[in-house]
Ligand binder design. Structure first.
Ligand SMILES: [Zn+2]
Length: 468
């Protein structure tokens, strides 16, 4: 059977670091990049007798995710010990949630794919990090005890491309919720993929293989595609797929077996004796506000008439979407400014979306100046560029740069008269029917006015003077 006769079945498990200032069970900082083993204490080192105490902010963020993704939030969930030995886990166990997670069910909305179901979202602590170097391996425990949510998706994805789209949507949603920074390189958003194949039309799932710690969207596609091909080839040869965990080597483009996959009972889960059940009152759940998710913002932009391409650019970065919202006015015009002038200024390092120099409300002021004829459309672009750079008031920029447009017909009339007086030949031809000479006259007047005449007013003046 060729690959096309097989159907891939993919489910993703995402570990997302929560953006709290301190760790889940102690007061140590979660800041990334500190010198190794400087952000540790007895609790997150797992020293005997040290007792965990739960960080409330962690629970709040899990509730936010649960509400945003339509999960059922448990009023009472329990902590469990997940036991295993690893050098970056000095306690010998991870505090996680097993039998009753804080969130169950729900879905992630993925453009083009619709709703992809979730099994659960649970809270847990991260382990430390093994750092492998030339001279040997070292352990950095700064990350030990960093709060995570694990978002377990249902096996509803059917291609590597879909898996990548799902991950992008999930990542962006977590960023919009303000609970994860979406930083794949620093490992604050990481993914394991469960992949199996089955003959098309079959009900039963094939044996699944887990691909560990994939840290880029490109690798997700590569690793899953490779795994699908590998499994189909093995089945073709009459081999059995082994349930195992594999690591993808993105340099060689192949995966290798890491260990045979643990069954849940290999971890000897049992309720964590040092922590009481996590009780979350309904009032608490109700009080947690959930910001709009990217797909909701997208729908609103499209409904407001913003072109789809502009809308996609806007939602891809919540900071752009936020500037757009704060500008107000006509959403289409504001979108043009954000994906045009502003995006260009950011690309050219004239603006930083993290620390904007201008008040977005002032953009409307520039639009008003343009609409009233006080400045030309060319001048408006210049004012907007300067507004982005300096944040100065639009009126001030117009004055400083001498961009005011002459719209006063009294002042323009003298110029129009002069142009008519010095071009008798063209005036004759115009009156004889060559109406396209109007552009020539307006051009001459603009020259006299050094480009600051209002072309609309000039047009009208020439027409009335030359007899329409
Ligand atoms: Zn600590």
């Amino acid at each position: 059977m060729p690959v096309a006769d097989f159907e891939p079945v993919i489910g993703l498990e995402v570990h997302a670091q929560l953006l709290t200032r301190t760790k889940i069970f102690c007061g140590c900082s979660t800041a990334f990049g500190a010198a190794p083993n400087t952000q540790v204490c007895a609790v997150c080192l797992g020293l005997p007798g040290a007792l965990p105490s739960l960080n409330r902010a962690v629970v709040e963020m899990a509730i936010k995710a649960g509400k945003a993704f339509g999960c059922k939030i448990s009023n009472r969930s329990i902590w469990a010990r997940k036991n295993y030995f690893y050098p970056d886990l000095p306690k010998g166990y991870q505090i996680s949630q097993y039998e009753i997670p804080i969130c169950a069910g729900g879905f992630v909305t993925v453009p083009g794919l619709g709703k992809i179901g979730l099994e659960r979202i649970h809270l847990e602590e991260d382990a430390g990090k093994n750092v492998h170097a030339e001279g040997g391996s070292e352990v950095d425990l700064n990350r030990s005890g960093t709060p995570l949510i694990e978002i377990v998706g249902k096996p509803e994805l059917r291609s590597a491309e879909d898996a990548s789209e799902y991950l992008k949507s999930l990542r962006l949603a977590l960023i919009y919720l303000g609970i994860n920074d979406g930083n794949l390189e620093e490992g604050s958003f990481r993914c394991d993929a469960n992949v199996s194949v089955r003959p098309r039309g079959a009900e039963k799932f094939g044996t699944r293989v887990e691909l560990k710690n994939i840290n880029s969207f490109r690798f997700v596609r590569q690793a899953i595609d490779y795994e699908i091909g590998r499994q189909v080839e093995a089945i073709e040869k009459g081999e059995k797929i082994r349930q195992e965990t594999r690591l993808f080597d993105h340099e060689k483009g192949v995966s290798r077996a890491m260990r045979s996959k643990e069954e849940a009972n290999d971890y000897r889960y049992f309720p964590e004796p040092d922590l009481p059940p996590l009780v979350v009152a309904q009032e608490w759940i109700d009080s947690v506000a959930v910001p709009k998710l990217p797909n909701q913002v997208m729908d609103e932009l499209l409904a407001a008439g913003v072109p789809a391409a502009d809308a996609r650019t806007l939602i891809a970065d919540p900071r752009l979407a936020s500037v757009h919202r704060r500008i107000g006015g006509d959403p289409r015009r504001a979108a043009l400014f954000v994906v045009g002038e502003l995006a260009r200024a950011v690309n050219e390092k004239e603006a930083d979306l993290g620390t904007l120099k201008f008040d977005p409300l002032l953009v409307l002021e520039v639009f008003r100046l343009q609409d009233s004829g006080a400045i030309s459309s060319t001048a408006a672009k210049e004012v907007l560029a300067e507004l982005i750079r300096s944040g100065k008031a639009p009126q001030q920029i117009v004055q400083e740069k001498g961009l005011a447009q002459v719209s006063d017909s009294g002042a323009l009339e003298a110029v129009v008269d002069a142009v008519i007086a010095r071009n008798p030949g063209e005036v004759e031809k115009y009156k004889g029917g060559k109406k396209n000479l109007l552009g020539f006259f307006v051009g001459q007047a603009m020259k006299d006015l050094k480009g600051k005449g209002n072309p609309g007013v000039l047009n009208g003046l020439f027409k009335s003077k030359l007899g329409e």
